[in-house]
Design a protein around this ligand. Sequence first.
Ligand SMILES: [Zn+2]
Length: 77
Amino acid sequence: MGAHRRKCDWCGSGTPIVRDMDPVNPEYQYWCEECARALIITGDPIETYRELEGEPIYGRLLEEYCTLKRFYSFVMV
Ligand SMILES: [Zn+2]
């Protein structure tokens, strides 16, 4: 290793945790946790992705958001 560490394509400072394997815009492929979470919250999650840290960080974000969504709809009922 030792090569330059890649930064988040969106904010340019975060450490990417997920890569969009089928990006809408090829300039934005690597996402840090904060930016990836923002995508999920705005309802535009990365659909084809690869975890970069060897653990399902993005998968957990998706799960967390879905739980939240379920919680909210439960509250609304
Ligand atoms: Zn970012």
